[in-house]
Ligand binder design. Structure first.
Ligand SMILES: Cc1cc2nc3c(=O)[nH]c(=O)nc-3n(C[C@H](O)[C@H](O)[C@H](O)COP(=O)(O)O)c2cc1C
Length: 384
């Protein structure tokens, strides 16, 4: 069969063949690698979609290196995803002073005593190894303005704000020929992002992996389409194949932003053991919790959730809770305690039963969506 055609307005806006973006998935915790590395970005963009680098865990220098790596490997459009916490955006970048790395074991000593003591209690009781991870100072999240400058200087085609409203940088981005996308989990924020001047908005439903809100995808997408109009909306949360893509197009979305399905590809940044966990997971095996970041995020359910639930501790504000969870996760990872490990992952995990190359995911999604739209629906639905 020849190459399929599946085009929407998004393809014209981003100069791509298919309306499929792989989500920018940064590392979930300190010491982890990014879920959306250069290899995934290149594979998705080369396949006709648009790959987005999960750049939240990089330093500003690493960000520039990684963007240059992408440009060396493809001349197709791509994106970069950063987290833009509003308090840092308004206060200004936290310029790195002193060493470029700080031991996590030192950083957690500044957590509230209740939380630090609990980490140490579990470490003793379960005889867990020492915490050896290091925190990079000068990360993109602590230096949003410097990071945006790098994206502009490097001519990144699409800038994606995974957290916060990118409105403050739209003018500069447009002057440099860059498009801007913002992500939201409800209509109020989706409308704000559109009003801030973003070119594209993503509405991510409750079932999605990583940070996620309270509204289910099928309720959220049409409401967000109305709220952001005329700014085009992309659907996210629970899309794993061509059926999800066709459904998103049917409710008026111009394309899809897909995380978990691309995490579990050959090029996806999850560790082999994490990919295996996604393959084995059913639709019921994820959990949304404050445990990992202090904001609600969805991950594969594991025994660390249980420990946290019974700890009696309150979640700390983002990103302080990330330090707490990273310390816990690192001890269990180093002890190879598989039952206490689980990557950020969406409810769609239950649909994923094969680790495929990312290009195959794009191709299969397009093939199935085209089949639904041109054959299956006309054959199975009588509509006049
Ligand atoms: C491992 C992982 C890491 C993520 N990290 C980020 C991130 O750094 N920035 C961001 O905008 N979204 C992040 N997300 C959310 C995705 O961008 C996307 O919205 C979500 O995965 C969509 O739902 P799905 O997993 O059902 O496809 C992450 C998701 C996962 C699974």
């Amino acid at each position: 069969m020849g190459r399929r055609t599946l085009r929407t307005k998004l393809c014209d806006i981003l100069d791509i063949e298919y309306p499929i973006l792989s989500a920018g998935m940064g590392p979930s915790l300190v010491g982890e690698t990014t879920g959306a590395p250069v290899e995934l970005v290149v594979a998705v963009s080369e396949a006709g979609g648009l790959g987005v680098l999960g750049a939240a865990g990089f330093t500003v220098d690493e960000l520039r290196e990684q963007i240059r790596e992408i440009k060396k490997s493809t001349d197709k459009p791509f994106g970069v995803d950063l987290l833009l916490p509003s308090q840092i955006v308004s206060a200004g970048d936290q310029e790195p002073k002193g060493p470029s790395e700080i031991p996590l074991s030192e950083v957690i000593k500044s957590l509230p005593k209740t939380h630090y003591d609990w980490i140490m209690k579990i470490k003793d009781e379960m005889n867990l190894p020492d915490i050896e991870a290091k925190i990079k100072t000068g990360s993109t999240t602590s230096r949003p303005h410097a990071s945006i400058k790098v994206c502009i200087e490097e001519g990144v085609p699409l800038f994606c704000a995974g957290l916060g409203n990118p409105g403050f940088m739209v003018k500069d981005a447009h002057a440099a020929g860059m498009k801007v996308l913002g992500i939201s989990g409800n209509t109020k924020n989706a409308r704000r992002i559109a009003q801030g001047g973003a070119d594209l908005v993503v509405a991510q439903g409750h079932e999605g992996g990583g940070h996620t809100g309270r509204i289910g995808s099928i309720a959220l997408w049409p409401q967000a389409v109305d709220a952001t109009a005329p700014t085009p909306l992309l659907a996210a949360g629970g899309i794993g194949d061509g059926r999800g893509l066709a459904a998103a197009l049917a409710v008026g979305c111009v394309g899809v932003w897909v995380g978990t399905r691309f995490l579990a590809t050959v090029e996806g940044g999850a560790l082999p053991i994490q990919k295996e966990t996604i393959l084995q997971a059913t639709d019921e095996d994820t959990r949304r919790s404050y445990l990992y970041t202090g904001k609600t995020s969805r991950a594969i359910y594991n025994q660390l959730h249980e420990l946290w639930d019974h700890s009696g501790l309150e979640p700390l504000p983002f990103p302080t809770q990330v330090m707490f969870a990273s310390a816990m996760a690192e001890m269990f990872n180093r002890a190879q305690e598989k039952d206490y490990m689980g990557p950020f992952s969406g409810q769609v995990s239950g649909l994923i039963d094969e680790i495929k190359p990312a290009a195959q995911v794009v191709e299969d999604m397009v093939e199935e969506a085209v089949d639904i739209l041109t054959r299956r629906l006309p054959e199975s639905v009588i509509a006049k």
